[in-house]
Each structure stands twice: as C-alpha cells, then as structure tokens.
Write a protein that binds this ligand. Sequence first.
Ligand SMILES: Nc1ncnc2c1ncn2[C@@H]1O[C@H](COP(=O)(O)OP(=O)(O)OP(=O)(O)O)[C@@H](O)[C@H]1O
Length: 229
Amino acid sequence: MIEVKEITKKFGLKQVLKGVSFTANKGEITCLIGINGVGKTTIMNAIMNLTPINSGEILIDGEKLRKESYEKITFIPDAITMLPQMTIGDAMQFMKDFYKSWNQKRAAELLSFFKLKEDERISNLSKGNTAKVNLLLGLGLDVDYLLMDEPFSGIDIFSREQIADVFTSHLVEDRGVIITTHEINDIEHLIDKVVILDNGVVVKSFNAEGVRENEGKSVVDVMREVYKQ
Ligand SMILES: Nc1ncnc2c1ncn2[C@@H]1O[C@H](COP(=O)(O)OP(=O)(O)OP(=O)(O)O)[C@@H](O)[C@H]1O
C-alpha cells in the first residue's frame, strides 16, 4: 500500500499542498482528480522523490521512502525519455540491460497488444504511440506500483480505448496504479478509488463502484457536486 500522510508543499510563497492524505492499494486503480494546478503532478513527484515535501510522510508497504522503494514503484511520464534515434526495440533492450526487474516476456506481449513494431524509431512515433511505448516501458518492469500522469492527454479515442483496455488486462495484474487524468469518462469504469483534490487538500475520497451502485452517480457527478459546477 502507498500511504500519503498529511503532506505539505510550498513553492515560494504558494502553498500548493496543505496536508494531503490518501492511500492507494495494490490491485486497485486510484485516480487523483482535480482542476488544473491543484497539485496532482506535485503529489506524483513527491511519491517519486522528485520534489522534496515540506512536511508529512509517504510510506510504501509500511516503510518510509528510501532508495530501495524505487525497486517497487515506477513513474510513467507523458513524454518519451528515450533518445529519438533509438528504435522501440533499442529502448526495450536498454530497459533489459539497465533494470533487473525488466520482464521481457510481458514487454513483448505489450508490444503486440499495442500493435507496435520493434524497428520503429522513437523520433517517428505519433503522440498516441509515444504514450503506448511509455506504458510498455513502465509496465515491462516487475514493480508493484505504477504512477501515471495524464496517460490519455492529447490522444485519439481509439488509442485511449486501447490504453484503457490494458488496465483491465493481466498485463497490469494485481499491481497498484495511481493515475491522474482529466479524461475521466475514458476510465470511469476502471477506477476503484477516486481522490478529489481542491485547495491543497483531499476534499473527497470514495469507491467509484460504491457511489455508482448505491447513489447512482458517476465520478463526474460527484466532481460537479464538489466543485459546485
Ligand atoms: N517547480 C515549481 N516551481 C514553482 N511552482 C510550481 C512548480 N511545480 C508546480 N508548481 C505550481 O504548483 C501548482 C500545482 O502544480 P501541479 O503541476 O502539481 O498541478 P496539477 O494538478 O498537476 O495541474 P494540471 O492538471 O494542470 O496538470 C501550480 O500552481 C504550479 O504552477
């Protein structure tokens, strides 16, 4: 389990996070939702130790973040991190050489799931295929937790559907996923837990299926209530 406990973060005079707490379990998709600038990426960066927090703590499976924590967790960025002259196959080979936890079999399966070709150059990838390659490189690692910042941003509907499908497949298995997205409609049916942020704190956190079944509301309905729109 990832436990985010009362974290605060200030950029200059701006207090972006004012005591954010939530948990994300293995085997579940937890979705961080909030309007632009609310601090979703900052939370992801804090979990990945890419930005120092001012107070609070983050635990992974009950332990404080340390170097070894990052053998359990990976961040899937929205921009490609491989050199443009590489092919997808080169990028996969790089991951294999660099990470003990690389799972070549799963990566090969993802390659065919996304209908990507190993000899395609990174520089020639469309935005949708870039997102798929990023997902392949992240999901190819045998880690327990995956963080994804806006995996659907600027991507056509068919690619979005394909990316959403991967979440329900055995390729994600029983891992824990934390995702930020503005494209809630695309993944509403996949989300287990929703964490709504506003004004530096978590204003509502709920089980998506529970709200759907017990109150007949969609995640967007709840979001509208929270933001009174
Ligand atoms: N390195 C930084 N220096 C100064 N301010 C920053 C920095 N990183 C983020 N911020 C500010 O912190 C706030 C939260 O940013 P963040 O990117 O976390 O929001 P977000 O919820 O992910 O937004 P979006 O939905 O637009 O992606 C914003 O006001 C942003 O300008």
